[in-house]
Write a protein that binds this ligand. Structure first.
Ligand SMILES: [Zn+2]
Length: 288
């Protein structure tokens, strides 16, 4: 069997949205300025308020297998709540130099609604058909005040994708392949610990990939406490994995925003949390 590698569709969806949705670029730039401002303020180190984000799960299935159970849905919510609270048991595996950087986002998730529909569509692409009832999917439920998660079959080995803040409300939320959702039922190793949703909800709160989606060392994820990295890491790497002159500790491949397997990612950093909290409070205020 071929080794399965993580693949995320967020940047493809992002690039397309920049072309087709005029207000998006300006809103993203504004949020970037707000994030930089907060980074410079003492307020940044204050303990953020506890926020409970209402979550709607939209299950779009072709057959009974893809119609994931409520138990499986709850298993995913439990992972999100542990990972965003830094209460994941495997946090002890963060290499020593980064242990002090792992942070609790003070963002929690509460399941409030599950919608289900059967579709005749083939596996969905990152073109958002799954988010429209008229196109064989389910339109989002009150996306200004709810995080919408879609669970469906995704094409081309994509495990999930998210919409960054500032995009159109009618497509806002996160899509996860049914084989990478939760820790039960249809979840398949090595993506059966619920971390695809942790990664994608990170994007939903404006986090970029840790290697900045560039082929060299020129990009930035706009986060100061994550080392510059040349490209994605896959599987379960050994520490340290040095690139871009970032030795001795190397790439922070244990970060939720890398491409490693579910069993190898364990943290968001303090500066990532600041970025997520800015996105939550400035660009998604209806959630809290
Ligand atoms: Zn991603």
């Amino acid at each position: 069997m071929a080794t399965k590698r993580r693949r995320c569709g967020t940047m493809a969806a992002h690039m397309r949205l920049l072309e087709v949705y005029a207000p998006f670029r300006g809103r993203q730039q504004r949020l970037e300025r707000q994030t930089a401002l907060r980074r410079g303020l003492a307020a940044a180190v204050r303990k953020p308020a506890l926020v409970k984000v209402p979550v709607v799960v939209n299950v779009v299935f072709r057959n009974d297998e893809q119609d994931v159970s409520l138990t499986q849905i709850r298993s995913q919510l439990a992972v999100l709540n542990r990972d965003f609270a830094r209460r994941n048991k495997d946090r002890t595996k963060v290499p020593e130099p980064w242990k002090g950087l792992a942070a609790d986002s003070r963002i929690r998730f509460k399941l409030v609604k599950v919608a289900r529909t059967q579709t005749r569509n083939p596996p969905f692409s990152t073109y958002d058909e799954v988010k429209y009832t008229g196109a064989g999917g389910i339109s989002p439920f009150e996306p200004e005040t709810h995080l919408n998660l879609w669970v469906c079959a995704l094409a081309d080995g994509v495990l999930g994708y998210a919409q960054f803040p500032g995009g159109p409300a009618e497509t806002d939320g996160v899509v996860i392949d049914y084989r990478a959702f939760g820790t039960r039922g249809t979840a398949e190793a090595p993506f059966d610990l619920g971390r695809t949703a942790t990664h994608e909800v990170g994007h939903y709160f404006n986090l970029r990939h840790i290697w900045a989606d560039t082929e060299d060392c020129s990009g930035s994820d706009f986060v100061a406490d994550t080392p510059n990295a040349a490209g994605p890491n896959y599987g379960t790497p050994a520490f340290p994995a040095v690139s871009c002159g970032n030795g001795p500790h190397g790439d922070m491949f244990v970060n939720y925003m890398d491409y490693v397997d579910d069993a190898a990612m364990f943290l968001f950093t303090a500066q990532q949390v600041l970025r997520m909290r800015t996105a939550l409070e400035e660009a998604r205020p209806g959630l809290g």
